[in-house]
Design a protein around this ligand. Structure first.
Ligand code: GLN
Length: 541
């Protein structure tokens, strides 16, 4: 019988609840239990596909083509599982389904209300996904902060679930414990208040995770316990970490796993985190460092620079580097800034390899192509992902093949050389303004050409990777490009070019993929493309 662990947030958002949820799952999994995880996002968007990356971070793509909050990435990475689009619940999805049912007469005669109709819809969604996943544990992370208007119905549904499943539901409340710089002291009052708020809606947490810059000490632990009715031994500290993958190890050391099982009345089966420990140790302590330049454009929000929009790319680099005994250091370069100040390209002289991640639209594309050109001419190993790959094709067409004004029609509809064009079926969708969830999405088969670098990298002729795009390499230009040394080394069954590389006598590692290899990288199973990039980076560096 499935057990449920709800994770709620207190005081502020952005505490890394996703990593905390994933870490709890990890310690349960290491004891031999099966675990799945659901993320609840209280916003009204149906999914994350149309959210601005600088505001919401990366859009994670599930194998079945869902465009989802990046927390699902943490779950898949930490737990080494594959989740579906249904593992993400938004208010949009819930209301959509309730209103559809109302129109179809499913509630005939009734007044349709937030409670019970919306809460019932939430519960049945959680039960349905749990049943399908058939795991020992379903973790449910409720986004936002307790006290927000928008997540109240989700909390209410969770409260009801505890009643419906006696002894099989626990609540973990993650709250921020600030350290006031002027006092040099850790203050517990905000946690006390957020637990009070939770209790007014009928939820008494079983555990508290105190998120803070530093470690929670015994004095504060006792104080939080006194005010929240949570035993001291059930209050855990989650300090800022340099390597987030360390959190399961910290939780394990503090006995979090044992306490969860005790509360559920379960016995522990086994405990094996040794490989994970080695992985964390390399990332924390290796003295071999590889410098990875990421040339993107979704860094800036207001006055702050955040690499959040590229989180899976960054994590995939960590997995690949660690598997080779290296610790990565990142150099983030904003391609928009390169356009204004080409001298910034000099930063690339000090990196061991470059990644051009995915993206949309015209902003910063010229800067990205300047970086691609630099890497190509200076033989710096480079990996282009999706838009990055397409821009490699454009750059090569312009500067090597000599096709003046070559471009993607995403940016220049009237280019004389449309080397990247819209996929035929996508044209229709855009004309009808059907934007949500309509890209070419999810996992598709890629057939790899034998004898190519890609074949050497993957060691196979058939792979599955995840996609999210509307444009493709224009088949009319393939021959011309190949004559100049560009090799299309992977394609889909219907002929879309999915992988491209330069002949190795021209460049040691110049590779691009139409897919996003970052979504299938796991801490202990790095994606071959990232691994190959790092291998070349440390060889040539
Ligand atoms: N904008 C490009 C396309 O739609 C690339 C998308 C991406 O990088 N995910 O094809």
């Amino acid at each position: 019988m499935t057990r449920y662990i709800f994770v709620t947030g207190g005081v502020v958002s952005g505490l890394g609840k996703g990593v905390i949820t994933a870490s709890i799952g990890k310690i349960l999994k290491s004891r031999g239990f099966s675990v799945t995880a659901i993320k609840i996002d209280p916003y009204l968007n149906y999914d994350a596909g149309t959210l601005r990356p600088t505001e919401h971070g990366e859009v994670w793509v599930t194998e079945d083509g869902g465009e989802i909050d990046q927390d699902l990435g943490h779950y898949e990475r930490f737990l080494d599982i594959t989740l579906s689009r249904d593992h993400n619940i938004t208010s949009g999805k819930i209301y959509y389904s309730v209103i559809e049912k109302e129109r179809r007469g499913r509630y005939l005669g009734q007044t349709v209300q937030p409670i019970p109709h919306v809460t019932d819809e939430i519960k049945s969604w959680i039960y349905r996904v749990s049943k399908k996943s058939a795991c020992d544990f379903t973790l449910v992370e409720i986004g936002g902060v307790v006290g927000d208007y928008e997540n109240i119905l989700f909390l209410e549904a969770a409260r009801q679930m505890r009643m419906e499943n006696p002894g099989r539901v626990l609540f973990v409340h993650v709250a921020y414990v600030p350290i006031l710089r002027s006092l040099g002291e850790m203050k517990t009052k905000p946690v006390q208040h957020s637990v009070k708020e939770l209790r007014t809606i009928g939820i008494q947490p079983d555990f508290i995770v105190a998120r803070s810059e530093g470690e929670l000490d015994d004095v504060r632990r006792a104080k939080i316990s006194l005010f929240t009715n949570v035993e001291e031994r059930d209050i855990f500290s989650a300090p800022d970490l340099e390597v987030v993958y360390e959190l399961p190890l910290i939780f394990e050391k503090m006995g979090f796993g044992d306490r969860i099982l005790e509360k559920f009345g379960l016995k522990s089966v086994k405990k094996d985190l040794s490989e994970w420990e080695r992985f964390v140790d390399v990332l924390k302590n290796s003295d071999r460092v590889v410098v990875v330049g990421i040339v993107g454009k979704y860094f800036r929000t207001g006055k702050y620079n955040l690499p959040d929009a590229y989180i899976s790319v960054i994590e995939a680099v960590k997995h690949a580097a660690a598997s080779l005994g290296f610790r990565p250091r990142f150099q983030y370069i904003n391609s928009v800034d390169i356009e204004d100040n080409p001298k910034l390209l000099d930063l690339l002289a000090d990196v061991d390899c470059v990644i051009i991640p995915g993206g949309f639209g015209a902003t910063g594309v010229e800067g990205k192509m300047m970086a691609i050109r630099y890497a190509r001419e200076n033989k710096i190993p480079i990996l282009g992902l999706c838009y990055g790959f397409q821009l490699m094709v454009v750059e090569f067409s312009r500067n090597v093949v000599g096709l003046k004004g070559a471009h993607t029609t995403e940016v220049d509809r009237n280019t004389p050389h449309p080397v990247i064009t819209i996929l035929p079926e996508q044209m229709k969708l855009l004309r009808e303004s059907r934007y949500g969830g309509t890209m070419r999405l999810g996992a598709h088969k890629v057939i790899i050409k034998e004898g190519t670098l890609a074949h050497k990298v993957y060691g196979r002729t058939e792979i599955y990777e995840r996609f999210r795009h509307r444009y493709e390499v224009n088949p009319d230009y393939v021959d011309l490009l190949e004559r100049s040394g560009f090799i299309f080394s992977g394609m889909s069954e219907d002929g879309i070019k999915q992988l491209g590389e330069l002949r190795q006598d021209i460049h040691p590692f110049f590779m691009g993929s139409q897919f996003h290899p970052e979504f299938t990288s796991r801490p202990l199973k790095p994606n071959p493309l990232f691994r190959a990039l790092i291998e070349h980076a440390v060889q040539d560096g």
